[in-house]
Design a protein around this ligand. Structure first.
Ligand SMILES: *[C@@H]1O[C@H](CO)[C@@H](O)[C@H](O)[C@H]1NC(C)=O
Ligand SMILES: *[C@@H]1O[C@H](CO)[C@@H](O)[C@H](O)[C@H]1NC(C)=O
Length: 235
């Protein structure tokens, strides 16, 4: 097992060099579980007080496009008073067959989760998706997540704990599209999502090969501009 880990680490490093990603010396790394979600909610790294950066992660008006002031309330607030949602462009996309970019909620063992807001990580999948790397920026934290867990933002991947957001933003079914946890189960159901969210939904069935909560190894990388130009958050 140790030998395998070393080989994986070397392979991951080689790939990181390949795509001009710079590994963060002394950064976080390890093994983690993943799940998927799209709850439409304002990400927790969109609050200025949660982020050690000049700008927190962009959050958007109900149209999913107009960036709002970081102090605007969450559209997932239970009293229905908030106006701020996740921006539609924070969905994953494939660069090519082996490299993709995306966003994730994360929970790590050791250290306050908020201190990890906006860090970037290269995820390599164990057992499935050989040679594929998903580079994510952490935009959300998960009080409901176990330690070392990434909840990957995939439209149609289930709304999870917060059922109010997508109803309020897109008038989706009461517990989201498909199952509350896990979401839809076939690519054809992507058609039920708003058109602007369909590319990220198809991504799950194409590049991501509908992998079901694959385990990953992760290592911290310097955030590429492909991600920070979308979130506006640079740590
Ligand atoms: C995929 O894109 C990455 C990043 O630009 C590049 O380094 C890599 O060589 C590409 N792989 C293929 C198979 O084209
Ligand atoms: C992944 O989940 C399993 C089952 O819930 C758990 O036993 C394991 O410790 C988790 N792995 C990590 C790295 O947290």
């Amino acid at each position: 097992m140790k030998v395998l880990c070393v080989i994986l680490a070397v392979a991951a490093f080689a790939r990181a060099t390949d795509i001009h990603l710079q590994k963060v010396v002394g950064g976080i790394s390890g093994e983690a579980n993943t799940t998927r979600y799209w709850d439409c909610c304002k990400p927790s790294c969109s609050w200025a007080e949660n982020v050690n950066a000049q700008s927190p992660v962009a959050s958007c008006a109900v149209d999913g496009v107009t960036v709002l002031d970081p102090s605007s309330g969450s559209g997932c607030a239970e009293d229905g008073s908030g106006i701020s949602y996740v921006c539609t462009n924070q969905q994953p996309w494939a660069v090519n067959d082996t490299v993709a970019f995306g966003f994730a909620a994360a929970s790590f063992s050791g250290g306050a989760d908020n201190s990890q807001c906006c860090v970037c990580l290269q995820l390599s999948f164990l057992n499935v998706l050989p040679n594929k790397k998903l580079i994510v920026q952490v935009t959300n934290t998960g009080g409901d997540l176990e330690s070392n867990h990434f909840d990957i933002q995939l439209p149609g991947g289930g709304v999870g704990y917060f059922t109010h957001g997508c109803v309020s933003q897109w008038n989706c079914p009461a517990n989201g599209w498909g199952a509350q946890y896990g979401g839809i189960t076939s690519e054809s159901e992507c058609n039920e999502l708003p058109e602007v969210l369909q590319p990220g939904c198809h991504f799950r069935f194409n590049w991501f090969e509908n992998a079901d909560n694959p385990k990953v190894t992760f290592e911290q990388v310097v955030c590429p501009s492909e991600l920070t130009s979308i979130t506006g958050c640079v740590v």
